[in-house]
Design a protein around this ligand. Structure first.
Ligand SMILES: [Zn+2]
Length: 326
């Protein structure tokens, strides 16, 4: 494999990590953080390949040795990936990484590597560890063993205990410049105008833009924007819009988009950005918008509960009409 196999905005941080590995400066525990879909897993996978390959070429995995082949086949014995798994008793997916998973990892790290090289574990998403799991991990972090590498992946590193964060080398992945993002999206076959719109909506985040375009979510976001416009202008009734919003499997995503659009409006309102669209009725509505953002996010959490979500969303949209002029 070579650098061109990985997204351009991951190349510099990856090169830095590989150089540190070659120089023996790479930490035993890394915290790879960045927003969803920025490429944390692709970055970590490339690093894992380099950690396990024993015939590295310019710091990168050779792709041909026995370790590389085992890894590519998904059967390398010295890699563990810990994530959200099913609950044995109920068969449902767990929402947390539990202490047993981390204890098992500690025990595994204490064994000798089967292939005689490094042992690598990835925890993804690390912020899903519950308090007991995080405590158990602390023990592993406090007594690092030679040749053992731990990669924690997280979009929300602040949710991890400070004691864990402070023991990890942090690698922050960020969106690239607008031009690099645009090039990358074009390279994936996306129409230039659409790529522009998506990047604007996703704050320059190319991975998220691609996801929104490819999954149709960009259209959904535009529809939410139009609905909010129509409600603000009095062209649509809050209850009608609310019923449509909660009527299918996209309810959660619509509320997330609505909350983000409120942040956009807030930014415009404060003169931070000038985006065409809405304006608040008065500049004194900043607090009201912040509250609206919180309310939209809270409502998202309530979608799984038995409350009448259409009525709750209608209330939210009535507030929107009060704060926002179309
Ligand atoms: Zn190799």
């Amino acid at each position: 494999m070579d650098m061109s196999d990985i997204a351009p905005w991951l190349q510099t941080p990856l090169r830095r990590a590989l150089d540190a590995l070659t120089a023996g400066r790479l930490g035993h525990a890394l915290l790879v953080c960045g927003p969803d879909r920025i490429g944390k897993r692709a970055f970590a996978d490339a690093l894992v390949r380099a950690l396990l390959c024993r015939e590295r070429v310019e710091g990168m995995a050779c792709g041909r040795c026995r370790d590389c082949l085992l890894l590519a086949a998904g059967t390398h014995a010295d890699l563990r990936v810990i994530g959200l798994i099913e609950n044995d008793k109920t068969g449902a997916m767990r929402r947390e990484i539990v202490v047993e998973q981390i204890r098992e990892l500690g025990a595994w790290f204490a064994l000798t590597a089967q292939r005689g090289g490094a042992q690598v574990a990835m925890i993804d998403p690390a912020s899903a560890m519950n308090a007991n799991a995080a405590n158990a991990l602390l023990k592993t972090l406090e007594e690092p063993l030679p040749g053992r590498h731990l990669l924690l992946l997280s979009a929300a590193p602040m949710r991890l205990p400070a004691t864990i964060r402070s023991r990890c080398q942090r690698i922050a992945l960020q969106p690239p410049s607008r031009n690099i993002a645009l090039d990358w999206l074009r390279g994936r076959g996306h129409d230039e105008a659409l790529a522009h719109t998506a990047l604007l909506a996703a704050n320059g985040h190319p991975g998220l833009s691609a996801h929104w375009i490819e999954s149709g979510l960009l259209d959904l976001r535009e529809a939410v924007r139009r609905d909010l416009d129509a409600v603000a202008a009095g062209r649509a009734q809050p209850l009608d819009v609310a019923r449509a919003w909660v009527g299918d499997e996209h309810a959660r995503q619509r509320l997330a988009f609505a909350a983000e659009l409120a942040v956009d409006l807030q930014a415009t309102n404060l003169g931070l950005e000038s985006r065409p669209g809405w304006r608040a009725r008065s500049s004194g509505d900043a607090q009201a918008l912040a509250n609206w953002f919180d309310a939209a996010n809270r409502l998202r959490e309530l979608l799984d509960t038995p409350i009448r979500t259409d009525l709750a969303v209608a209330g939210l949209l009535r507030d929107w009409r009060r704060f926002v002029a179309a």
